[in-house]
Ligand binder design. Structure first.
Ligand code: IPM
Ligand code: MG
Length: 368
C-alpha cells in the first residue's frame, strides 16, 4: 500500500514558521512510528499571488483534491490589502474550502490545565473546558449570491446574502450529532431565528434531523448573540455547538481565547468520503497569519501541530497517535515552557517557535 499523502500549503505570515515545526513532528512519526507520509508542498495566499498572480493556481487546487489531507498554515498580509477582492490571499483559502466541499469545520476549544490561569477568564470558569464548535464552512453569507458593491442613485451599496438550503443544514447537523455521540452527547445549535429566515430554517432542519435520527442526543437551541454571552459566562455548559459559517467564525475566535491563546486552537475541515473511504480534509490552525509577529520566532506552533493531531485522528484513523501528540503538548506546557503568546509581561522569557517544536518532538520520544 502506498503511503498516505499530505499537501502542505504553508501560506503567509507565520504560516511557514509554524509549519516548519509540524514537519518536525511528521518526520518524527516517520522515524519512530512507522508512519511515513508522502509530503508535497505548494503555495497559497499571498505567497502564491507573488509568484503566479493568483492566490491559488488550478494546479494546486487539483493537487489538493487528490491528496489524503491538506495542511494549511495561514493566508494574508497587510501588503495585499489593496489587491482586488478576487485575488486577495483569503480567496485561496475560501476556494479550497468551497471546491473540496469541506462543509464541516471542527474547532475544538480545550483548556489545558497548565494554561487555565492564562485565560482572560477565571481559572475555575475554564479549567477542564472541552468543547467542539462545528462551523458550517461552504455556504451562508461567505458564498451567498447576490453579492457585490453597486451604485444606487448617488451612493454605493454593499450586498451579501445569507443563504442556506435544507440539505446544507442537514449534513452539518449530522456531523455535529455524530461527534456528540462520541463525546458528552449534547448539541447546542446557534442561529438568529428571531431575526433571520435562514435562522428559522436552520432551527427547523436541525430539529427534524434530531427527531428522526438522533433523538438519543440532547439538543438545545440558542440565539447566537446569547451563545456568545454564554460562552464567556459559563463555557463548560457546552459540549458540541453547531452553527453557520459567519457565526461560527466569530464564536470560534471567542472560544479560542477561553483556552488562553488563539495560538492553541486547531481545526479540521471535513467533506464527503473519497474513494478510499477517507473524508476530503484540510487541517489548519484557527489563528491567522499574524503579521505583527511574523519572522521573529514568536509564533506558537501548537495550534498547527494540534491540527496535525486532528489529521491523525480524522483522516488516518490513528486516534491513539493523536492522543500521544496531544499528551506530549500538554506535558511540555506542564513543564512550564511557553511561547510569547502564553506569557504575561512578568512571566520570564519565552521560548521560540523552533524551541517549542523541538520540545514537543523530544517529549514524543519519551513516550516510546
Ligand atoms: C477563519 C478565518 C477565515 C474566515 C479568513 C482568513 C477568511 O478567519 O478561518 O476563521 O473568515 O473563515
Ligand atoms: Mg476566523
Amino acid at each position: 500500500m502506498s503511503n498516505p499523502s499530505l499537501l502542505i500549503l504553508a501560506g503567509d505570515g507565520i504560516g511557514p514558521e509554524v509549519m516548519t515545526e509540524v514537519k518536525k513532528v511528521i518526520d518524527w512519526y516517520g522515524a519512530n512510528r512507522d508512519m511515513t507520509f508522502d509530503v508535497s508542498e505548494d503555495l497559497v495566499g499571498g505567497a502564491a499571488y507573488d509568484v503566479h498572480g493568483v492566490p491559488l493556481t488550478d494546479k494546486t487546487m487539483a493537487k489538493a483534491q487528490e491528496v489524503d489531507a491538506v495542511l494549511l498554515g495561514a493566508c494574508g498580509a497587510p501588503k495585499y490589502d489593496d489587491l482586488d477582492f478576487s485575488v486577495k490571499p483569503e480567496r485561496g483559502l475560501l476556494r479550497l474550502r468551497k471546491e473540496m466541499d469541506l462543509f464541516a469545520n471542527l474547532r475544538p476549544a480545550q483548556c489545558f490545565d497548565a494554561l487555565a490561569d492564562f485565560s482572560s477568564l477565571k481559572a475555575e470558569v475554564v479549567g477542564g473546558l472541552d468543547i467542539m464548535i462545528v462551523r458550517e464552512l461552504t455556504s451562508g453569507v461567505y458564498f451567498g449570491e447576490p453579492r457585490g458593491i453597486h451604485e444606487e442613485g448617488n451612493e454605493r451599496v454593499g450586498v451579501n446574502t445569507q443563504r442556506y438550503t435544507e440539505s446544507e443544514i442537514a449534513r452539518v447537523a449530522r456531523s455535529a450529532f455524530e461527534l456528540a455521540r462520541k463525546r458528552s452527547n449534547k448539541v447546542c445549535s446557534m442561529e438568529k431565528a428571531n431575526v433571520m429566515e435562514s435562522g428559522i430554517l436552520w432551527r427547523d432542519v436541525v430539529t427534524e434531523i434530531h427527531t428522526a435520527e438522533y433523538a438519543d442526543v440532547e439538543l438545545s437551541h440558542m440565539y447566537a448573540d446569547n451563545g456568545a454571552m454564554q460562552l464567556v459566562r459559563a463555557p463548560k455548559q457546552f459540549d458540541v455547538i453547531v452553527t453557520d459559517n459567519l457565526f461560527g467564525d466569530i464564536l470560534s475566535d471567542c472560544a479560542a481565547m477561553l483556552t488562553g491563546s488563539l495560538g492553541m486552537l486547531p481545526s479540521a475541515s471535513l467533506g464527503l468520503p473519497m474513494a478510499n473511504g477517507r473524508p476530503k480534509a484540510m487541517y489548519e490552525p484557527v489563528h491567522g497569519s499574524a503579521p505583527d509577529i511574523t519572522g521573529q520566532g514568536k509564533a506558537n506552533p501548537i495550534a498547527c501541530i494540534l491540527s496535525f493531531a486532528m489529521a491523525l485522528r480524522y483522516s488516518f484513523d490513528q486516534g491513539d497517535e493523536a492522543t500521544r501528540l496531544e499528551d506530549a503538548i500538554e506535558a511540555v506546557l506542564a513543564d512550564g515552557l511557553r511561547t510569547a503568546d502564553l506569557m504575561g509581561p512578568e512571566d520570564g522569557s519565552p521560548i521560540t517557535t523552533g524551541e517549542m517544536g523541538d520540545a514537543i518532538v523530544a517529549k514524543l520520544t519519551t513516550t516510546l
